[in-house]
Design a protein around this ligand. Structure first.
Ligand code: GLU
Length: 283
């Protein structure tokens, strides 16, 4: 049996809040209880929004909270070549196509009754999937900016069995059927940063041999995409635990005492790490 391995994987595109603290503390606690490892991963592929200063502030906030993670910390910005390799493999499988549409193009193409993805965005209507090969090649050769989308129908057509994953947040192991088709031809290589969260998280959960992904419920639906990528890239599937979000029901109670201020603000106001842990139920 492999060592139970957990990770907290924040994106340093702003200061950490109580929701992050909750997720980090829960991961650490579950790792400890399982006699396993607790790793930290900095998800900073979006170099436009994630700055070295924010990363430093994030590490300082986590250390202040008293979290103990194993070194070394994985920084995704140092592994872009690995994400490109995974993308190359999907391209070689004939599963990605370039999309030259802007966000406005897509909104314009979508009517009011257009189906939406789990985040409420209009599903991509497939305009560039239908583009003639010649036009596609001309535009790529010309260097027109593009994202790369997965041809979801084609990807699913190649699977011989249903995609499932284990979800443990209810206290027992429940087998969940993954429905990546709910996302349509989702972008796997963004126009602006030449990779995506979905690719990077899938590659790195495997690289770090993560056995338990513990993260907020807001990412539950995205797990279907990760599950598909694991299958296409021959990577293992961890067990998932999508915890409730601190900013909903719990948050209302908390906001009376600690508010929606960042951990940095709380620190400056003299709130102690013990008070934060206690407010979040970790004492
Ligand atoms: N980096 C993501 C975030 O901060 C979390 C990724 C994950 O846990 O899978 O929202």
């Amino acid at each position: 049996m492999s060592t139970p391995t957990f990770r907290f994987a924040p994106s340093p595109n702003g200061r950490l809040h109580l929701g992050h603290a909750y997720s980090a503390l829960l991961n650490e606690k579950m790792a400890r209880e399982a006699g396993g490892r607790f790793l930290l991963r900095i998800e900073d592929i979006d170099t436009l929004r994630c700055t070295p200063e924010l990363t430093q502030a994030m590490l300082a906030d986590l250390a202040w909270l008293g979290l103990n993670w194993e070194e070394p910390v994985l920084r995704q910005s140092e592994h872009l070549a690995d994400y490109r390799k995974a993308q190359r493999r999907l391209k070689d499988l004939g599963l990605l196509y370039p999309c030259f549409c802007s966000r406005q193009d897509i909104v314009r193409q979508a009517g009011n009754d257009t189906p939406r993805d789990p985040e409420g965005q209009p599903l991509y209507p497939g305009t560039c999937r239908q583009m003639a090969k010649e036009e596609r090649e001309t535009r790529l050769a010309r260097g027109d900016a593009c994202a790369w989308r997965i041809d979801m129908k084609r990807a699913l057509a190649g699977l011989d069995e249903p995609l499932v994953f284990i979800e443990e947040s209810s206290g027992t192991a429940v087998s969940e059927r993954a429905h990546p088709q709910d996302w349509g031809d989702v972008v796997l290589v963004r126009k602006d940063i030449a990779t995506s969260y979905h690719i990077a998280v899938t590659v790195d959960d495997a690289r770090q041999a993560i056995t338990h992904v513990v993260r907020g419920r807001d990412l539950f639906q995205a797990t279907a995409i990760h599950r598909l990528l694991q299958r296409l890239l021959d990577l293992p599937t961890p067990v998932y635990f999508h915890h409730g979000l601190i900013d909903d029901s719990e948050g209302r109670k908390l906001s009376k005492s600690l508010g929606s201020r960042s951990l940095g603000d709380l620190r400056e106001e003299g709130v102690s790490p013990a008070e934060v842990r206690k407010a979040l139920g970790f004492l």
